[in-house]
Ligand binder design. Sequence first.
Ligand SMILES: C[S@@+](CC[C@H](N)C(=O)[O-])C[C@H]1O[C@@H](n2cnc3c(N)ncnc32)[C@H](O)[C@@H]1O
Length: 286
Amino acid sequence: MNNPESNKTYTPKQALVPTPQLYDELVGDCMENLAKVTIAGMVPTDSNSVFLDIGCGTGAGTAEIVAHVGDTHSLIIKGVDIDKQALEVYRQKVAEYNWPAEAIKGDAHDLPLTDSTFSHAIGTAFLFVLPNDGVPAVKEIYRVLKPGGVAAFNSWAYVPNMQPIQIAANLTRPEGTPLPRGGMDKWENPDLLRRVLEEGGFDEDKITLTKVEVQATTTTIDRYASMLWSFIGGTSAAGWLDSDEFKWDEAIKIIKQELSKSDGYKELEGGKLQLKFIANIAIAIK
Ligand SMILES: C[S@@+](CC[C@H](N)C(=O)[O-])C[C@H]1O[C@@H](n2cnc3c(N)ncnc32)[C@H](O)[C@@H]1O
């Protein structure tokens, strides 16, 4: 669920297990709010739409498709993901919220779906977790879209939580240790999103890019910092280090300090956090 670059099995005793449930708690309403602003650009959407939610995870995109379309009478959604555990949570939500959706286990690089099937496709918080910047996956998504079909993707132009993690990693690990999620900052530039969609098959004049602010509400700073470090701290090619266990509290303290300096950081009544993110949104028509 957290895309580790190493196969090392060691984890510090304080690290929370990176389950889909932990992911949902960590992101709070951020992924749903990201999906909401992404889908908002996908007009027209009507109740006869056939949606692909690719890399659907635990269902943030699907929840917003349903909310956006409103009348779900003849709406069809296929949620595809490679992660079995995430799909289990997705299926529970399908049952709980009565979504007109089916969970399909599949790889975005070889979709188990027929050509020209979907009127819409959404890949939210998706391309940047894939190899080759997601180009092969975009080719597959292009293949299964109908001519005239609309696809929406996003990347982060600004996140408040990556720098704190990387500062904590730098200050608590030996010099030269690879940084967790190093190299993600290339996605800040919307030109990368445009290039990936063009290489995936979309015409350059049928791609629209915008930048949108996304507010997220999550838990208390103590819980947030501990979830964040647990989820991301061990994901570089170096994995977790033995020293991370006795440096755990120091890393958490640094994350809290750095996070509280981030643009848009707010502690709400009751102790919850509000964080500001900025997304690049791309809408492309086949
Ligand atoms: C950051 S999560 C985003 C999940 C969801 N779209 C959301 O907005 O919360 C990325 C998702 O992509 C899935 N994923 C990664 N590689 C994939 C692949 N090759 N094919 C399908 N899904 C993949 C992961 O399992 C994960 O659920």
